[in-house]
Ligand binder design. Structure first.
Ligand SMILES: [Ca+2]
Ligand SMILES: [Ca+2]
Length: 233
């Protein structure tokens, strides 16, 4: 029987020899212990990296086992039961009354708590640095945090521009309860001689703690440029 664990990036699977078939429930050959693991070693293991290899062409557990040893050990520890050695490999602590992996008790309102909560297997603290973009969606982590998007899932572009007669506007999401980062829209009449000044914003849409913000710049009779700056407080 195969047992898998998935993260945002990896799939790790172990194949274990088990007792046999369940048979048909009610028949004399029905075996409720059919999934009991036989032996003390998995017959086959697989590790695939969906970021670099979405079609599962390279089993890293064999081709790059040494380089991925720490990751494999971490995923293995999470996959296995710890309550019964007979059932090692049977996955997700099925005999425990409650899951040992609880959801966060509160929404993270600091960058460091946010980073800790997102540190899933296969990722290091460095992956959650402010300027890193581990999901390669073009949104660095500090912006992912400020806008309420996910550091390891590709999000569509969050900042958009609209143009109306006499004005251009910038639209972007912001999590209102995160005080250690600011998103500051700024305007300048020229890019050759930039003189950036802060533009006031309005809220156009609210869902929970998330706000859609709009910053407008009148451009009547002249050019104008807008930018959005993230600042860590
Ligand atoms: Ca990103
Ligand atoms: Ca993202």
């Amino acid at each position: 029987m195969g047992y898998s664990i998935r993260t945002d990036r990896y799939r790790y699977t172990e194949w274990w020899l088990t007792n046999g078939d369940y048979g048909k429930f009610g028949d004399s050959d029905y075996d409720p212990d059919a999934s009991r693991v036989v032996g003390d070693q998995a017959s086959f293991v697989e590790l695939y990296d969906y970021q670099n290899d979405p079609h599962e062409t390279e089993n890293l557990a064999y081709t790059q086992a040494t380089a991925h040893a720490a990751l494999i050990a971490e995923l293995q520890a999470r996959l296995h039961d710890s309550d019964s050695s007979d059932y090692v490999g049977d996955g997700w602590k099925k005999d425990l009354p409650v899951s040992p992996y609880g959801v966060p008790t509160s929404y993270p309102v600091t960058k460091s708590v946010w980073a800790t909560l997102h540190q899933t297997p296969g990722h290091t603290t460095a992956d959650l640095g402010d300027t890193k973009d581990p999901d390669q969606d073009g949104i660095p982590n500090l912006l992912e945090y400020a806008m309420g998007t996910h550091p390891f899932e590709r999000n569509p572009a969050q900042v958009t521009m609209t143009r109306t007669t006499g004005a251009i506007s910038l639209h972007y999401p912001q999590v209102s309860i995160r005080g250690d980062v600011s998103l500051i829209p700024e305007a300048s009449a020229s890019l050759e001689v930039p003189a950036w000044s802060t533009v006031s914003t309005t809220t156009t849409h609210t869902v929970g703690s998330k706000r859609m913000k709009e910053a407008s710049l009148p451009t009547a009779g002249a050019a104008g440029f807008l930018r959005l700056r993230a600042v860590k407080e």
